[in-house]
Design a protein around this ligand. Structure first.
Ligand code: SF4
Ligand code: SF4
Ligand code: SF4
Length: 272
């Protein structure tokens, strides 16, 4: 937690901004990491830096649930209202969440929109209905049912909610969605076109396969599978694609990372 004195006139309002570093995202997902934000204040500017056990910070989400996600290559910017706004985010509550390559940016947007959707008081339709419809579209995309045009529809609805809402909640609620589409559109397109989540966060995406050379025949995946998709033969296990619902239950229990989630038949990543 960093308290930043703000004598610079570019800050509005003057006073103090509380920058809260947060590993919440990883903790709620059950993955403990050493992710951290550091801010070095030099005159009027602060720089973010991040690290995690699995690599570099991929993005920083600023401003609380109504804030936006800023891509790693854009992080070298002053922590002031104008700079964050230009980057597609806000100062907001001052909260910051470091995200890395193990975080799905579509799922991140859905997580934050779920909060603002619930907080909408319902007085004006663009906020009340728009945030709900945007959330449903994100749910559709992250569950593997995305269709061509869904991303464009999200952008269109986000802009309508911003323009048509009466107060700041609705004006800023689409920020997580619009900013992640702006900086991480490729991830959205992978979900929709390839039915694939590169972070392996979303269920219902990818193709599951057991690598025999890494399998110790423990049978845990078969026990975990509620759909009888894991087939046991005399000397190996394999996944019957006709029965696999891509629920990820086997992926999480395999002790040897023998189960991989593939995109279009190519090996992509080992299970955890
Ligand atoms: S924009 Fe504000 S007033 Fe309108 S529904 Fe949302 S929270 Fe209520
Ligand atoms: S992803 Fe789910 S349905 Fe598919 S094999 Fe694994 S546990 Fe079974
Ligand atoms: S849990 Fe992993 S190691 Fe055990 S049988 Fe399944 S694929 Fe093989």
């Amino acid at each position: 937690m960093i308290c930043q004195s703000t004598p610079c006139a570019s800050y509005r309002p003057p006073g103090f901004s509380l920058l809260v570093t947060d590993t919440m995202w990883h903790e709620t997902s059950g993955v403990q990491k050493s992710a951290a934000v550091t801010a070095r204040v030099t005159g009027t500017s602060a720089w973010f830096g991040g690290q995690s056990t699995s690599g570099e910070a991929g993005a920083v989400q600023t401003g609380g649930p109504s804030g936006g996600c800023i891509a790693a290559e854009k992080l070298d910017l002053p922590v002031d209202y104008e700079s964050l706004a230009q980057a597609g985010s806000i100062m907001g509550s001052g909260g910051m969440v470091v995200l890395d390559e193990d975080d799905c940016m579509v799922d991140v947007a859905k997580f934050f929109l779920s909060f603002t959707k619930s907080e909408s008081c319902g007085k004006c339709p663009p906020c009340r209905v728009g945030t709900w419809q945007m959330y449903e579209l994100l749910e559709k995309i992250t569950s593997g049912n995305g269709e061509e045009g869904d991303i464009e529809q999200l952008e269109k609805m986000g802009k309508l909610v911003v323009a048509g809402s009466l107060c700041g909640l609705g004006n800023s609620a689409p920020n997580p969605v619009l900013s992640t589409i702006k900086y991480f559109r490729e991830e959205y397109e992978e979900h929709v076109r390839d039915k694939y989540c590169r972070a392996k966060r979303c269920q219902g995406l990818g193709s599951f396969r057991i690598r025999p050379e890494h399998c110790i025949l423990c049978g845990l995946c078969k026990q975990a599978c509620a759909f009888d998709a894991v087939v046991e033969l005399r000397d190996k296990f394999f996944i019957d694609q006709d029965y696999c619902t891509k629920c990820k239950a086997c992926y999480g229990v395999c002790p040897t990372q023998a189960i991989v989630i593939e995109k279009g038949g190519a090996h992509v990543a080992a299970g955890k």
